[in-house]
Design a protein around this ligand. Structure first.
Ligand SMILES: O=C1O[C@H](COP(=O)(O)O)[C@@H](O)[C@H](O)[C@H]1O
Length: 458
């Protein structure tokens, strides 16, 4: 596995621990994937000296040890190279013997250049490309990227990485929906009133201005990860377990998804979106500066750190149900869950038909869990109603979300990666919102770090 852009944060924080987590929690077939694996890091800066320690620390972080870890540590190396220089590829591929994974932790403008170079290089017969987000900057650039990449390897060997497809909550959503009669029969607009997919975080910018200040919350989280979560929440049952079956189902539902056009979903706002940015504040006793005072931020960029959008899924199952996607940074007491709110019952014996507290089903991301709130009773009087909540933790796996990514990439199974047409659809869905923001039609509100968002939003 040749990691391009390996000196970045992602490799150290997520990708290498993901490999380690497969050593810890993988089954026999996962372990076989790791036999003979050589990890080569590469970047333009000279990190060769500390590279092995970086890999060792990442493995240690997830408790990975033993012969397999020793073998990976013994063979790993770092190659200082510029992948946009054709001549550097001789060094990058030096010693490659067998199957090859090229893992791109690089911006899209660089990926497209490298893809052009790879078209003229004699790569091993079995080469897989794994590409981190963002996949392009809009539908056109994502289309161009797709066109260049399929000139290198066939679509089935291109993994557009989205670690949210490896999140327990997303996997549980797929497993639960299609295997429980109660849910399966109520999973539609007749029964469900509203769905919210929320991923708020306490974290602020964390030194990532170089990337985040031109991305913002909408591109960083909603256009990519949360749209995939929406797709697994709304798709039709896949025809079977072939990777293309699920990918076809996800593509079909995203093709009919668009910004909400019904009655306003957000108070005081006609449009389907709102955005905001954090100001100075405190989280868990730690001060955070105003976003614009963070190192590397250009105050002229109108970068949002909190985005909320409403979408409609225009098909027979979901027409009329608003799907709200939200993600924010520097949020105190952050929620992260898929929240499904049912409609009130049509008839109640106490004359309160059509009212009452709704049933809410939640799939929590962190910690992974399922909760169900419904109306029950059991007090002194018949029909004395009380809300009840039942909840359960989802089975925990030592394999991290990036472990799932690595499993798919090394095992040549693209089920949990994004197909080219889907990547383009995701840009198509958010483009009208990005355009409205660009035209200044949606104000950039403010919220103090550590709060729940702008006070005017509640
Ligand atoms: O890809 C990203 O995801 C993280 C949130 O996911 P997590 O699994 O690390 O909780 C987000 O903080 C980051 O901004 C985004 O680029």
């Amino acid at each position: 596995m040749l990691i391009l852009g390996a000196s970045g944060d992602l490799t150290k924080r997520l990708l290498l621990p993901g490999i380690g987590s497969l050593v810890v929690g993988g089954d026999e077939s996962d372990l076989e994937l790791l036999d003979g694996l050589t990890v080569v890091g590469s970047g333009r800066s000279d990190k060769a000296d500390g590279w092995r320690d970086t890999v060792a620390a990442a493995f240690e972080q997830v408790g990975a040890e033993g012969d397999r870890v020793d073998a990976i540590l013994a063979s790993t190396k770092y190659v200082q190279a510029d992948p946009t220089e054709p001549d550097d590829w001789k060094r990058l591929l030096d010693g490659v013997d067998g199957d090859l994974v090229v893992y791109f932790a690089l911006p899209p403008s660089v990926v497209v250049k490298v893809a052009g170079i790879l078209q003229d290089i004699d790569l091993p017969e079995h080469t897989v490309l794994a590409i981190e987000k963002p996949f392009g900057d809009d539908a056109d650039s994502a289309t161009e990227l797709n066109e260049e990449l399929v000139k290198v390897v066939p679509e089935g060997r291109i993994h557009r990485v989205d670690h949210f497809l490896g999140q327990r909550a997303a996997l549980a959503m797929l497993a639960t929906r299609f295997n429980n009669r109660l849910l399966e029969s109520s999973w539609n607009a007749d029964q469900i009133e509203r769905v919210e997919i929320v991923y708020d975080e306490k974290l602020g910018l964390e030194g990532r201005a170089g990337y985040y200040d031109t991305a913002g919350a909408l591109r960083d989280m909603l256009q990519s990860h949360l749209l995939q979560v929406l797709a697994v929440t709304t798709c039709e049952a896949p025809a079977g377990l072939d990777p293309e079956h699920l990918r076809d189902s996800l593509a079909a539902v995203l093709a009919v998804t668009q910004p909400w056009t019904g009655a306003p979903v957000f108070p005081d706002t006609d449009g389907p979106s709102r955005r905001a940015r954090y100001t100075a504040g405190e989280i868990d006793g730690k001060s955070l500066p105003d976003y614009t005072a963070e190192e590397g931020v250009d105050p002229d960029h109108e970068t949002e750190t909190l985005a909320e959008i409403a979408l409609e899924v225009d098909n027979a199952r979901w027409a009329g149900v608003p799907f709200v996607l939200r993600s924010g940074k520097a949020i105190g007491d952050p929620a992260n869950e898929i929240r499904v709110t049912y409609r009130p019952v049509r008839f109640r014996p106490d004359g309160q038909s059509g009212t009452g507290s709704a049933e809410v089903l939640r799939f929590g991301f962190k910690p992974p869990r399922i909760e169900f709130r419904f109306t029950s009773g059991g007090g002194d009087m018949p029909f004395q109603l009380d809300p009840v909540e039942v909840s359960g933790a989802l089975p925990k796996s030592p394999v991290t979300e990036y472990g799932e990514v690595v499993r798919g990439v090394l095992g040549d199974d693209p089920t949990l990666s994004i197909r080219g047409d889907v990547a383009v659809q995701c840009w198509r869905i958010v483009q009208p919102i990005l355009d409205a923001w660009q035209r200044g039609e949606v104000p950039l509100d403010e919220y103090p770090a550590g709060s729940g968002g702008p006070s005017s939003w509640s």
